[in-house]
Write a protein that binds this ligand. Structure first.
Ligand SMILES: NC(=O)CC[C@H](N)C(=O)O
Length: 263
């Protein structure tokens, strides 16, 4: 099994290392032709505007859109989630090109700037009920986006209750449409639509092996679920991050102590 990892910028090495720990080969994708050698793709976190410029420079957008349209599994984390969204708000002046396909609107810096990065235990009760282990998993949010709204074909996998004093928006004049991003009690931080998975946080940076494996395996399992391009892009057959069936991922073992990167 070979997974492509878009390697223009951002945390692609971390994703490749995470895949390696699962015994899966991750290959760096920098050129359109290289997409032909992989049947699934991870678009990592980083800085989406920069990543978009590099993707444009390498003429990657048409090939990425084609990849998505063919129903091949694509997982966008953080900046990658922004890439996959049909619409992004809070973009830099002039906007940025998106791959699209995921029927949702993403706020690019919903949780604020770099120094407002944080970690949080995300509640996914269905995960514990079906897979065992603690009810929460740790989300690492780095200058993180959030999903503001989703279309009917999108499954919400995880949301996060945001205290109103934590809902931070840039006051910069180039950060647009803030009036549409009213503070919510809960914001969506993980979604799936058929072959597309999006997480606002960085699973590849989490030291909690249980969560790490879970989320990565979720994606890897999507590969067998949707095949190599047969999905219509509609709702997945499963809802929630709860479909890591049949694999012994050690959920009933004592969970490892997590190692937050921000302490
Ligand atoms: N950690 C991340 O990927 C941050 C994404 C960032 N908010 C952006 O616009 O690109």
């Amino acid at each position: 099994m070979v997974v492509g990892v878009l390697a223009l910028q951002g945390s692609f090495n971390e994703h490749i290392a995470a895949l390696k720990r699962l015994g899966v080969k991750g290959v760096e994708i920098r050129k359109p032709d290289q997409l032909q050698n992989v049947s699934s793709l991870i678009i990592p976190g980083g800085e989406s505007t920069t990543m978009a410029r590099l993707a444009e420079y390498h003429n990657l957008f048409p090939a990425l859109r084609e990849f998505v349209k063919m129903g091949k599994p694509v997982w966008g984390t953080c900046a990658g989630l922004i890439f996959l969204a049909n619409k992004a708000v809070g973009q830099k002046l002039g906007g940025q090109e998106l791959v699209g396909g995921l029927d949702c609107t993403v706020h690019r810096n919903f949780f604020g700037s770099q120094i407002q990065s944080f970690e949080a235990e995300l509640s996914v009760p269905a995960l514990a009920s079906q897979e065992g282990g603690p009810e929460t998993f740790r989300g690492v949010f780095i200058r993180a986006p959030a999903v503001l709204d989703v279309g009917p074909d999108v499954d919400v996998l995880a949301d996060y209750p945001v205290p109103s004093n934590k809902v931070l928006y840039s006051s910069s004049t180039v950060e647009i449409q803030e009036e549409n991003a009213m503070p919510e009690k809960k914001v969506i931080v993980a979604v799936r639509q058929g072959n597309l998975l999006g997480t606002a946080f960085h699973p590849e940076l989490t030291a909690d092996t249980r969560c790490f494996l879970c989320r990565h395996s979720y994606f890897l399992k999507m590969m067998s679920e949707v095949g190599e391009g047969t999905s219509s892009g509609g709702k997945g057959t499963s809802s929630g991050i709860v479909v890591v069936g049949g694999e012994n991922l050690g959920f009933n073992q004592q969970p490892k102590i997590d190692l937050p990167i921000f302490q």
